[in-house]
Ligand binder design. Structure first.
Ligand code: DP6
Length: 323
């Protein structure tokens, strides 16, 4: 059998995905646009083995339950017309306690490693569709740099594609507000937002428009608009979440403190825009020339809790053995 190791990088959505119109197939209500990051990734090795009686899964060397990955591997087995169970070993290369360990890099790496180990040679769109079945955000982590996930209408039409990089030196800073586990998973909260937030339909209308505006701003190298749309999509997502029943926010006072610093930087003429995901950490989109000034502004409150990164590469196979 062949063991294949694939690496996929995490991504941060500039235009967010929040809400599924089909939870089974993971079809989103809106398009989303993201930036794959260089410094945070997952390496996953998959080997199908006829001698196994069930799939096995380890993360950073520790055995894990397989109830999420087995249905995913079943998709690969069906497609490759094989029945063998698999060994799956993942290592997360995310700075300790960064709170960025994400299902995006996990399922993108698993989609690539498992499909190759099963003897399939899927193209990027097919891989993106497969990764989507594990986690929505993984749809976009097949690609390096920027990508857009077209919401589509069904399994065949909901996939991500690469977007050309603008002629801009994009950089991202990650402010580690809190590295603890999420109080509510994005999957559950997303479903509750769709079901109960009266603002959700408005969010869908605005965010879908914003995805198209983002594509135009990227092709025009218009960083002020790229940044503005990024911050707006995140804040509108969090506003919609806050309006759910029961009302909820991932934010903490420190989240607001970091956002206030970003707004102050902007008032001082520095192009910096905040975006938050399903947690309290704040990511700052900027241009690489401004990173030192932003680090300086964050220093008093966040000192050594800031990581700087830049656009990262596409998912790739990094190793394979015939055993
Ligand atoms: C806030 O991709 O983790 O990061 O599809 O249920 O696995 P599932 O959700 P997930 O949600 C990501 C939400 C987000 C925004 C984004 O990445 O677009």
């Amino acid at each position: 059998m062949t063991a294949i190791t694939a690496r996929a990088h995490t991504n941060i959505a500039l235009i967010k995905y929040w809400g599924k119109k089909d939870p089974q197939l993971i079809l989103p209500y809106t398009d989303s646009v993201s930036l794959t990051l260089n410094d945070f990734y997952t390496d996953t090795t998959v080997e199908f083995d006829d001698a196994l009686t069930a799939d096995t899964f380890s993360l950073d060397g520790a055995a894990q339950p397989t109830k999420k990955i087995t249905p995913f591997l079943d998709l690969v087995r069906q497609r490759a017309e094989i029945t063998a169970f698999a060994h799956v070993d993942s290592v997360n290369h995310v700075p300790t306690a960064a709170g960025l360990a994400s299902s995006a890099s996990a399922y993108a790496a698993l989609a690539l490693a498992a499909s190759r180990a099963a003897g399939l040679q899927l193209n990027e769109i097919a891989l993106s569709r497969l990764a989507r079945r594990g986690s929505g955000s993984a749809t976009r982590s097949i690609y390096g740099g920027l990508s857009i996930w077209h919401r589509g209408d069904d399994d065949a039409t909901s996939f991500a594609e690469s977007l050309p990089m603008p002629d801009l030196d994009l950089a991202m800073l990650v402010v580690l507000v809190d590295a603890g586990p999420k109080p509510i998973s994005s999957r559950n909260l997303m479903a509750n937002t769709v079901a109960t937030s009266p603002y959700y339909p408005a969010w869908v209308t605005h965010n879908q428009k914003a995805a198209q505006q983002m594509v135009s701003a990227l092709s025009a190298n218009d960083f002020a608009t790229i940044g503005h749309l990024t911050e707006q999509s995140s804040m509108q997502m969090h506003a919609t979440i806050l309006a759910s029943d029961p009302a909820f926010t991932y934010w903490t006072p420190e989240t607001l403190k970091a956002w206030a610093i970003v707004k102050q930087l902007r008032a001082n003429g520095i192009p910096a825009y905040a975006t938050m995901d399903a947690g309290p950490n704040v990511k700052i989109l900027t241009l690489s020339d401004y990173v030192p000034q932003i680090l300086q502004a964050l220093q008093p409150d966040f000192a050594d809790r800031v990581l700087t990164t830049m656009p990262g590469p596409a998912a790739q196979v990094i190793g394979g053995t015939h055993v």
